[in-house]
Design a protein around this ligand. Structure first.
Ligand code: 5GP
Length: 192
């Protein structure tokens, strides 16, 4: 797939194509739709990384027969990486949900899980608010450096032990709009 020339010059390899990602989203949508058949569902996208996952997933769920009775989409925003490729380990809530979580079927939608601290923090934050049910949905699982044993719920694709960009994932805020998942050339990080 042809993308911006400036992106092409910095990409080492494509890890998952846009089609492979779309297939994984469809599968996740079927699993979630089946579990919440006939019930209302609140999808909480974790920004910024999950911006495409949650929007594509919400539309895919709408196309599954006998799915939830309704789907509401809301967002929260956290930061743990700053501009680096290693997590600081400290999760900060930058924007809370606008929807009430109490008593609702909540699925937290994350882009990628690495050490697990972000998801653990968000699970705890949401659990305090007493949702009717709470699950998580993760598009990319990077299980090599887990620091906490956090339950993942719905999992899309396995990710290699690399810093990856694309489909919402950034490096220094760039590459989020790359339609596929990629690994960057090592020289891109040399200024770190
Ligand atoms: P964790 O707290 O599980 O280590 O990381 C969760 C967050 O770190 C993700 O939501 C994502 O924003 C960021 N992250 C983890 N691995 C990567 C990666 O390979 N690339 C990018 N761009 N962000 C990542």
């Amino acid at each position: 797939m042809k993308v911006l020339e400036t992106y092409e010059g910095t990409i080492q390899r494509e890890l998952y194509s846009a089609d492979a990602i779309a297939g994984a989203i469809e599968r996740l949508a079927c699993e979630i739709a089946a579990d919440f058949r006939g019930q209302p569902l609140l999808l909480l996208g974790v920004l910024k990384g999950a911006l495409y996952v949650v929007t594509d997933l919400a539309r895919a769920i709408a196309c599954v027969e006998n799915g939830p009775s309704e789907v509401v989409v809301d967002y929260l925003c956290v930061s743990s990486y700053g501009n680096e490729t290693r997590s600081s380990g400290e999760v900060r809530l930058l924007k809370d949900t606008t929807e009430t979580v109490t008593g609702r079927n909540v699925v937290l939608v994350e882009d990628i899980v690495d050490n697990g601290l972000t998801l653990e923090y968000l699970n705890a934050l949401m659990a305090e608010r007493k949702p009717a049910t709470l699950r998580s949905c993760v598009l990319f699982d990077k299980p090599y450096h887990r620091r906490v044993d956090v339950p993942l719920g719905y999992v899309g694709l396995q990710c290699p032990d690399e810093f990856v960009v694309g489909y919402g994932l950034d490096y220094q805020e760039v590459f989020r709009n790359l339609p596929y998942l990629a690994q960057l050339q090592p020289w891109v990080f040399q200024s770190e």
